[in-house]
Design a protein around this ligand. Structure first.
Ligand SMILES: Cc1cc2nc3c(=O)[nH]c(=O)nc-3n(C[C@H](O)[C@H](O)[C@H](O)COP(=O)(O)OP(=O)(O)OC[C@H]3O[C@@H](n4cnc5c(N)ncnc54)[C@H](O)[C@@H]3O)c2cc1C
Length: 555
């Protein structure tokens, strides 16, 4: 059965960072935009990244100067247009005697990085003595430490929020955002794209959406989306999977991020302070399977753990210390080599002129460069469509949470008596200027100002806000991709009872729905702990809070 048609200038497939960035840019220029996402916003690769907004020091080894320059420019743009979500991040590069990349090479790399960052706001690099390096990362293995490079990049603690704010901005400019709609067929007539047919996964209805142009921004699913075309284009992707592990801060953990060379194979990897925890990654392994099935191999977890242990031997880390892990698939261009580290991280835009004029696919790309990618895509689409359009504005246009000075917002929040003072920093960090919208919501119903999870500080109002204004439809959407309490040390378990109670009272979820949502949520977070030793909840909670003082007998 087919539902009614809607008609757009541009239809975007995929609600990851690239799809939402494209929708935001196109809608701001006056196009009628639809965005179709098969699951939830930021359900794919964008949330499984290292969460860095970086130039990519490593890409200099492959002489990708253009990519580094573009990334550094975009890093600066995001620091100004999304200051509540993207923050400067200091990094240490420990220098060890006998490493593959010696002191002179690191110094040369950091100097070129500074040159490519000229006129940016972050300070230039410095070289530190080993004593200074140990002050900043007390647990670093001291043997052979010859000093450290010290430089700045940036971090998006929650790319999930970056994606959501792009979608919110797109919707404010008139875009229609359809989540839980899977594109099953691209409609083509006389070698010209006509739109898409998708399945509404909630209502199990087929829906046809007409569009003059279609952009396939389905990340690692790009080839699958194209599979039904009459003249099937060759596979364009050669995915690689990358895993991260999340650890509690251990005694001697670095105050700043460490960018280190793996002892076993010389690959660079990160240990990054992240919301009071440590994010360690990543691996880079060719992956040909369904992106939905990508998961961490035991060998990847062992590799990341062994490398962290080698750099911080006194921490004596074991598998039981891992809080959770996650794996994502990079939508890299197809290639034959097995060394995925050699494959460029830049993006390509392919126009399927032979099969379906007006259909484009996005291949590759980084979280960091999503805005410039979107600008390029929308420029190309606009040049195909008739009619005058506004120029791209996103280089200077703040995201919705950054449309006011955050100090002014903080001062204004203090005037709302029903908003607990302790909640303000959290709300500002997650929602920026939009925290005022939450405060107003609480003003209309003071019970929404209640904290429903002591561990994270989650307020009842956040669940309504995400449902009403941010396209959230399930408990996992709410906790894992909007309010961000699901990526805490206990994976949001402590927030479950309060969240379900609020959903029952304010969102109209009956008992059956609550039970189903709870089971789905537990299944989703279960994947993040698969293969890890089972820890009883009570002991787990204790180990998180007391990790630094925990005795470690016989390890
Ligand atoms: C391990 C790892 C670490 C990384 N670290 C960094 C980093 O630190 N910094 C950086 O800049 N970049 C990093 N990247 C790269 C970056 O994360 C990705 O390039 C980027 O997130 C890709 O975004 P996307 O929107 O193209 O894809 P995705 O985020 O995967 O979005 C695609 C969306 O399309 C949807 N979709 C698929 N099929 C359909 C369909 N049929 N119908 C409707 N919707 C569909 C999916 O559900 C998904 O939500 C990393 C990547 C990985 C894997």
């Amino acid at each position: 059965m087919s539902g009614q048609e809607a008609s757009f200038d541009l239809l975007v497939i995929g609600g990851g960072i690239n799809g939402c960035g494209i929708a935001r840019d196109a809608a701001a220029r006056g196009l009628r935009v639809g965005l179709v996402e098969q699951a939830d916003l930021c359900h794919g690769t964008s949330r499984w990244s290292s969460r860095l907004i970086h130039g990519g020091l490593r890409y200099l080894e492959h002489q990708e100067f253009r990519l580094v320059r573009e990334s550094l420019r975009e890093r600066e743009t995001l620091l100004w247009t999304a200051p509540h979500l993207v923050h400067p991040l200091p990094l240490l590069v420990p220098l060890y005697q006998g490493a593959r990349r010696g002191r002179w090479l690191i110094r040369a790399g950091l100097t070129v990085y500074d040159l490519l960052s000229l006129r940016k706001s972050l300070p230039p690099h410095r070289l530190l003595s080993s004593a200074d390096a140990l002050r900043l990362a007390p647990g670093l293995k001291p043997e052979g430490l010859a000093g450290a490079g010290y430089y700045f990049d940036a971090q998006a603690v929650f790319p999930e929020r970056l994606v959501v704010e792009n979608a919110v901005a797109a919707a404010r400019s008139g875009a229609e955002i359809l989540t839980r709609h899977r594109v099953e067929r691209i409609l083509v007539r006389e070698r010209r794209v006509q739109g898409v047919e998708c399945l509404d996964l909630r209502g199990q209805r087929r829906v046809r959406l007409a569009a003059a142009a279609v952009v396939n921004a389905a990340g690692p699913w790009v080839d699958r989306v194209l599979a039904g075309l009459d003249r099937d284009p060759p596979d364009m992707l050669g995915g690689s999977k990358g895993t991260h592990i999340v650890l509690p801060r251990f005694p001697g953990a670095p105050l700043f991020a460490c960018y280190a060379e793996a002892r076993s194979d010389g690959r660079p990897y990160f240990i990054i302070p992240w919301q009071g925890l440590l994010l360690v990654g990543t691996t880079d392994i060719r992956y040909r399977g369904d992106p939905d099935d990508a998961s961490a191999d035991p060998a990847e977890i062992d590799y990341l753990l062994a490398e962290t242990r080698a750099l911080f031997p006194a921490a004596r880390l074991g598998r039981e210390d891992i809080l959770f892990h996650y794996t994502g698939v990079r939508p890299l261009p197809a290639g034959d080599g097995e060394d995925m580290g050699e494959v460029s991280r830049r993006h390509w835009l392919r126009h399927h002129g032979r099969e379906a004029r007006g259909l484009y696919s996005v291949i590759g790309g980084k979280l960091t460069t999503y805005r410039s990618l979107a600008e390029e895509v929308v420029d190309r689409v606009c040049s195909r469509l008739r009619g005058a359009r506004r120029p791209c504005m996103t280089r200077r246009l703040p995201l919705p949470g950054a449309n006011r000075d955050l100090l002014d917002v903080a001062a204004e929040l203090a005037a709302y008596p029903d908003l607990p003072a302790t909640a303000r920093p959290r709300l500002l960090g997650l929602y920026g200027a939009r925290a005022i919208e939450l405060a107003r919501l609480i003003e209309t119903e003071p019970r929404l100002g209640h904290c429903i999870d002591e561990r994270s500080g989650l307020l009842a109002a956040e669940l309504l806000f995400a449902t009403d204004t941010e396209f959230a439809g399930s408990l996992a959407d709410l906790l894992l991709r909007r309010c961000m309490v699901g990526l805490g040390p206990d994976l949001g378990r402590s927030a479950l009872p309060g969240s379900l109670q609020v959903a029952g009272e304010f969102l109209g979820w009956d008992q059956e729905r609550q039970e189903r949502e709870r089971a789905d949520y537990l299944a989703e977070i279960g994947r993040l702990r698969s293969g890890l030793p089972d820890v009883p909840a009570v002991q787990w909670r204790q180990s998180i809070s007391a990790n630094s003082s925990r005795p470690r007998p016989g390890r």
